[in-house]
Design a protein around this ligand. Sequence first.
Ligand code: EPU
Length: 423
Amino acid sequence: MDKFVIEGPTPLQGTIPISGSKNAALPLMAAALLGNSPTTIHNVPKLRDIYTFNNVLRVTGARVDFDEESGTLTIDPANISFLEAPYELVRKMRASFYMLGALLGKYGEAKVSLPGGCAWGPRPVDLHIEGMKTMGANIELEQGYVIANTEKVLDGGIYELDPSSVGATINLLLASVLRASEFTIKNAAKEPDVVLLCKALSNMGAEIDGIGTDTLTVRRVDTLTGIEIDNAPDRIETGTFMIAGAMHPKSELTLTGADPSELGAFPETLRKTGAEVEINGSTIRVKAPDTLKPVSIKTRTYPGFPTDLQAQWSTMMTQAEGDSKVTDTIYYDRFSYVPELVRLGADMNVEKNTVHISGKTPLKSASVMSTDLRASVSLVLAAMVAEGSTDVLRIYHLDRGYEDLEEKLSRVGGNIKRLDQDA
Ligand code: EPU
């Protein structure tokens, strides 16, 4: 198992290229199964979750070629014969549950493991399943697996998501485009990852109305054709580095290859801390203020403040002069990073789904433990402004979602090394 050893504090100065998005690529990969010819996706990041999903696809008989050099992924569904996603793979990554919609939609049958819990709570999939039942699919649960089948053509109907869910919207789209005469998803997710999937499916030949709104209506088509498509830049990686650029008073970062239009209200929120944020096409420049101002936030669905940047924001707030609150309204329990930041000297405490932060506290090195992907990168951000040498343990979480993190940070002045934590 690897750890990072980070020597701080270091200001970050220079240019960081933004990678392709993990959460946008995964639904595109699932959609590739629906085509009757191969699909090629460009700008796919080299991340553990992508490799896991490649294997989930390969288990079915799909041919998957990943040219890592160019980030080009080609998926040929021609020889799919095994309509299952086994527990061993689904438990590694919840998004494997997209196989339910993709296999059911294309082949009318699927056996997909339930994902189980996660580091910050139960994260149910009831809406995915209820939505498919509403569509007309037969679904049973057996020994931890969802076993589903459908007629060739389903009536469809209307299903309202409560709460809105990115994953359920994606799964219901995948299940319905080749099956449901007419199916409407209300309170659908409007996150950019969902919009990109809708556009990809439309390019493949699907009929979807209301793209980008919270009401999506699908009308069945007989076949879909494989396409060539560019994956989006990673908006959460972008937001993470924007925060990194604001945390140390001498930092100034330029991010290239980003898509600022997918950041919602985030740049404006960051400006409230006193940071300079300049957007020019696909380039974003962030310059830290001499003194960070405290800014309280609440996570919301898109275009609100993303839950996937909540931990990084709290970490930055430990360096702001004054009190702030960070409330997560999407996941009520996503605060496992807090005790780790307290070990570094942060003054923060959790009350229900809010973390109260008092700043500015000088952070001092310690050993800290990653508990999930976003918690993990937050500990890296903290370590880079902490005095001394901090060990961030269990960084396999981080490898799921941040491509070349240590190279990217080293190039802009971070002092970060990857070592074997058990050596
Ligand atoms: N929910 C239900 N029932 C369901 C599905 C969701 O109650 O059947 C609830 C969840 O418990 C949560 C809310 O709905 O309270 C929203 O969850 P959502 O389904 O939107 O989350 P997700 O699709 O499982 C994706 C991202 C997450 C990101 C969330 C929210 C992927 C692979 N994952 O998860 O990303 O936090 O949307 O934006 O796209 C990450 O990248 O670190 C990450 C966790």
